[in-house]
Design a protein around this ligand. Structure first.
Ligand SMILES: *Cc1c(COP(=O)(O)O)cnc(C)c1O
Length: 372
């Protein structure tokens, strides 16, 4: 079988042939043709969040985490104090990189099966005036929770705290409007809901804070202010750009716009999500989260209660049928995850459910029902 496997993972994910074909050319990093691609891409990205008036966008080489690290180092003063609203694995990663860069960092723990609480945040900001910045993960990819961005941003604005949003797994699919939501930095990447290939991130920086951030980063390669200044001056990336990744993303964004932008993407992923959970429910599976806080990005399912269940065997049986599932990332209960994102539609989700049904059959498991 030479069809690529369908990736039901939160990036890398399944891309269109058109996006893959865009990578079959070589580009000079100093050449005006390539500079034009970068410029057009940056303008398109700003439009996704309606940020022309308020923000700039700075692309950066590397996986998404590189850009989160770069954003914190660029935006948070060295004597700043960062509060990370923690309801999962990506929150803990953000806290760890913040501490490693020498910024004072406090974790505010929430249940991984619940949203973070804007009211609790407000109490915390009242109690501790030393906090300068808040980090929020928009969609916590660990369990799949859709966190309340607007309400958190409103509290941060009222207390005049900087807000840094990791929108890696939500950008392009969930609505984000910079005209209504105040953030100092918002981070996303090429290989998630924009359906490009992995290899670069990009950070929206609020213009009002930008000037004050020259020389703030302790890193050369990750300094977004420097990357921005150089790019504005020359049209080029400071250091070797991932040229093929950039042109693939530009092609992916063109398709995103043709599809109808963020609302259309959310609609397709929502329909993927419903096809998935309806099909899985027929097989007895239970989603881990309450549907009211579930983002239609990635779904965590409780593992079947049957003693014959084993994730490795299950994974391989689905893989044989052409579908790549994702392991769970929760601390308390055994789970697995299925992504709803990528260049796929309800047909592929229906086929994925069939693959899961056949995998259960292989293992001699009658139902995906979890142990209670
Ligand atoms: C994917 C993702 C990242 C970045 O992960 P990388 O492996 O560095 O690409 C960061 N935050 C969230 C919420 C993500 O989903």
């Amino acid at each position: 079988m030479d069809r690529d496997k369908i990736l039901l993972t939160p990036g890398p994910l399944t891309t269109t042939l058109r996006t893959k074909l865009a990578m079959l050319r070589d580009w000079g990093s100093w050449d005006s043709d390539f500079n034009a691609v970068t410029a057009k891409l940056r303008a398109s990205l700003l439009k996704v969040v309606h940020g022309d008036e308020t923000h700039v966008v700075v692309p950066l080489q590397g996986s998404g985490t590189f850009s989160v690290e770069a954003a914190v180092a660029t935006v948070v003063p060295r004597d700043g104090h960062v509060l990370v609203l923690d309801n999962g694995a990506y929150c803990k990663r953000a806290a760890r990189l913040t501490s490693l860069m020498g910024r004072n960092c406090t974790l505010m723990p929430f249940d991984e099966a619940a949203q973070v609480s804007p009211a609790a945040l407000e109490d915390k900001l009242k109690a501790d005036a030393s906090i300068t910045h808040v980090v929020l993960i928009h969609c916590e990819t660990g369990a799949g929770v859709w966190n309340p961005l607007e309400a958190v941003a409103e509290v941060c604005a009222r207390y005049d705290k900087g807000l840094i949003v990791d929108a890696m797994s939500s950008f392009g699919a969930l609505p984000i409007d910079a005209r209504e939501v105040r953030f100092d930095a918002l981070i996303a990447a090429s290989g998630k809901c924009l359906e490009g290939v992995p290899g670069m991130g990009f950070v929206f920086l609020r213009k009002a804070i930008l000037d004050g951030r020259a020389g703030n980063s302790q890193s050369l390669a990750m300094d977004l202010h420097d990357q921005y200044t150089y790019m504005e001056k020359t049209g080029q990336w400071r250091f070797t750009p991932p040229t093929h990744v950039v042109v693939a993303l530009a092609e992916a964004v063109a398709q995103f716009e043709e599809e109808g932008g963020q609302p259309a993407r959310l609609a397709r992923y929502t329909s993927n999500y419903h096809t998935l959970i309806d099909g899985m429910a027929r097989l007895g599976f239970m989603p881990f989260l309450d549907p009211s806080i579930q983002a239609p990005i990635i779904v965590t399912f409780n593992a079947p209660g049957d003693a014959r269940y084993d994730f490795k065997t299950f994974y391989n049986a689905a893989r044989q049928r052409g579908f790549i599932l994702y392991p769970g990332k929760l601390t308390q209960v055994e789970t697995f995850r299925v992504g709803c994102i990528g260049a796929i539609g309800p047909n592929e989700m229906e086929q994925a459910v069939n693959a899961v049904a056949l995998a259960l059959e292989d293992m001699g498991i009658a139902s995906g029902e979890p142990a209670i």
